[in-house]
Design a protein around this ligand. Structure first.
Ligand code: ADP
Ligand code: MG
Length: 589
């Protein structure tokens, strides 16, 4: 075949493929347009999961009658004119291709009315071809109707998932925008039924309540953090409130929902050792950063971004979240220990209540009794089961326990003032080793370097170093000033030996800047690795009564005895009240 320029229609459909993958992508583009137009009220109506109809109306600025045709032309936008503007984008749209793309794969109607014009205007486009244009009496704002999406691209239609799955994508999308723009009143309807409605009063916690329910919203911890022109705000769940997947971790950058693995990683690091393996927090976090610091033109769908200074954003998220978590104390009036409020159906091993994905303090999942087994069991049910008995913040010590014995060469059984404890001997020993090693690290022995190392610092950090010289020496560094803005390092803390002394010192300075215990994170990571290598007591190992007693006593001494350093539970607690209920004694008295 000779080389030929593609017909416009074909080119549009190819481009559409990148922007409009499924009904939710249409909802996304239309919602973003409405937000860019300054809308305060946005209504989304869906029929047949978006296959039949997607309608988005807004009360925004509207489009001038004379420009309405341009709005659906490819590469036509009012949001950008110079190439340089690409590096200073403050709107959600900028590529000028969404409406053209959508119109090329649907039956498309655009109605718009600008306030300063006498009447509105409507155009109708079928498969990319203009078929009608009329004046139209309509309220200020814009209404887009997208009917029979992909009617002319059968291959796309075939790739759509079930209605339930497509609907779920739309719901998640509108929910995210409702969260990001609490001052906008959002309504989402499926087949005439309202599934989401926000008030638009600017209260983000109220939006969270309309999405996750008031009980969850009440428990979320607020994050507020600013640093050098960058800002992080939003909500994260306390360690006692988790999910089995990352779906409820959402990030916005400058009002744009983004998928960015490093941001999620940073958040998860903030929960380090607070969550069990396989459990994830819920988070809605909003990063505000000067537009030139972030590249949003990575993919046509605009949900990927690149940061000019990735590390800086990463560390802001990690620190802000960590700080919020540590400052947070459990909501007053909440029960401390897990108490099961519903009887368990022992036949099925399931709780007799709807299978909520949440585990909350005071509401742990009872399957743990039956299934809380080996750490090797990574099946979803096992993870779910381990969801119990967490529900504790660190620093929650356990009461003195009376050892009853060992079962299955894997668990210790003990009695406390408040019921029965089953303790995983392997996880417990890991916790004990971890805290011992952390404590040894505290003693801060110095390890001399073979050759002194020179490091340079900017003046502000140099000042800080000078002030904190004594702290540095106490923590095992041998550092002295060595010319302007330069220091010489002769020794580093022994428990961090082998690390790059310059990087280590920089990390310390950053910790000083943030007012944090120097090198805490670095220490933890290393020690966890060591604990794993050192043979902790295995499960399957029969312990003598003395060994059992020693292990139990050491665990009682721990600061955070309820999870192992990887975040798995060390124990399951069966409170007396639960036992009474299970034996049917509660009501009898
Ligand atoms: P982009 O958003 O990237 O500019 P679109 O194809 O989504 O490209 O929209 C093209 C143009 O149409 C926009 O730049 C804007 O001027 C106008 N437009 C689209 N939707 C609306 C709306 N809901 N309200 C006001 N103007 C709109
Ligand atoms: Mg757009």
């Amino acid at each position: 075949m000779p080389i030929q320029v593609l017909a416009d229609e074909v080119a549009s459909q190819i481009a559409a493929g990148e922007v409009v993958e499924r009904p939710a992508s249409v909802v996304k583009e239309l919602t973003e347009n409405a937000l860019d137009a300054g809308a305060r009220v946005i209504e989304v109506s869906i029929r047949d999961a978006g296959k039949q109809l997607i309608e988005v109306s807004d009360d925004g600025s509207g489009i001038a009658g004379a420009e309405i045709n341009l709005a659906v032309a490819r590469h036509a936008t009012s949001k950008l004119s110079l190439a340089d503007d690409l590096f200073n984008i403050r709107t959600l749209g900028f590529r000028g291709e969404a409406l053209a793309s959508i119109a090329s794969v649907s039956e498309f109607t655009l109605t718009s009315h600008r306030l300063d014009e006498a009447s509105g205007r409507e155009i109708r486009i079928l498969g990319g071809k203009l078929v009608g244009e009329t004046a139209k009496g309509s309220p200020q704002g814009t209404l887009v109707r997208v009917e029979n999406l992909f009617h002319n691209v059968p291959a796309r239609l075939k790739f759509l998932k079930s209605n339930a799955a497509e609907r779920q994508q739309i719901d998640a999308l509108v929910m995210r925008y409702a969260l990001a723009y609490p001052e906008v009143r959002f309504t989402l309807r499926h087949d005439g039924r309202t599934v989401l409605q926000t008030s638009g009063d600017g209260d983000r916690r109220a939006v969270l309540a309309s999405i996750y329910g008031p009980e969850v919203a009440r428990q979320l911890v607020e994050v507020e953090f600013g640093m050098e022109g960058e800002k992080l705000s939003g909500f994260i769940s306390p360690p006692s409130l988790t999910r089995s997947n990352r779906r409820d971790i959402i990030f916005f950058v400058n009002g744009r929902w983004v998928q960015n693995v490093p941001l999620t990683t940073a958040l998860l690091q903030a929960y380090h050792t607070l969550l069990m393996v396989g459990r994830y927090p819920l988070a809605a976090l909003f990063v505000e950063i000067p537009p030139p610091e972030v590249d949003v033109n990575v993919h046509p769908a605009k949900s990927e971004v690149r940061f000019r200074n990735q590390d800086k954003v990463f560390s802001m998220v990690q620190r802000a979240a960590r700080r919020a978590l540590l400052a947070h104390s459990p909501v007053a009036g909440m029960e401390v220990g897990p108490v099961w409020t519903q009887p368990i159906n022992w036949q099925s091993g399931q709780p007799q209540r709807p299978g909520l994905d949440w585990t909350m303090a005071g509401e742990a999942l009872p399957e743990g009794v039956a299934a809380g087994g080996e750490g090797e069991d990574e099946a979803e049910v096992g993870l779910e089961a381990r969801g119990m008995a967490q529900a504790q913040l660190p620093g929650n010590r356990i009461p003195l326990l009376r050892l009853l014995g060992q079962i299955g060469a894997a668990y210790l059984v003990a009695e406390g003032p408040d019921g029965l404890y089953l303790i995983d001997q392997h996880a417990a020993h890991e916790r004990v080793l971890f805290e011992r090693l952390m404590e040894q690290g505290e003693k801060k022995l110095a390890q001399a370097l073979l050759e002194p190392v020179i490091a340079q610092f900017p003046p502000s950090q140099m000042n800080l170093l000078r002030q904190e010289l004594q702290t540095l020496r106490n923590s095992g560094f041998d550092v002295e000033e060595f010319g302007t803005n330069t220091v010489r390092v002769r020794a580093i803390p022994a428990d961090l030996s082998g690390a790059d002394p310059v990087l280590l010192l920089r990390a310390v300075v950053e910790d000083f800047e943030e007012d944090e215990t120097p090198l805490q994170a670095e220490r933890e990571a290393r020690i966890i690795a060591r604990v794993c290598k050192r043979s902790a007591v295995r499960s399957g190992q029969v312990l003598t009564p003395l060994e059992q007693k020693n292990l139990l006593e050491s665990l009682e001494q721990c600061i955070s005895p309820r999870t192992c350093p990887h975040g798995r539970p060390t124990m399951i607690h069966l409170p007396v009240g639960l036992l009474e209920r299970q034996f049917g004694r509660r009501g009898a008295r």
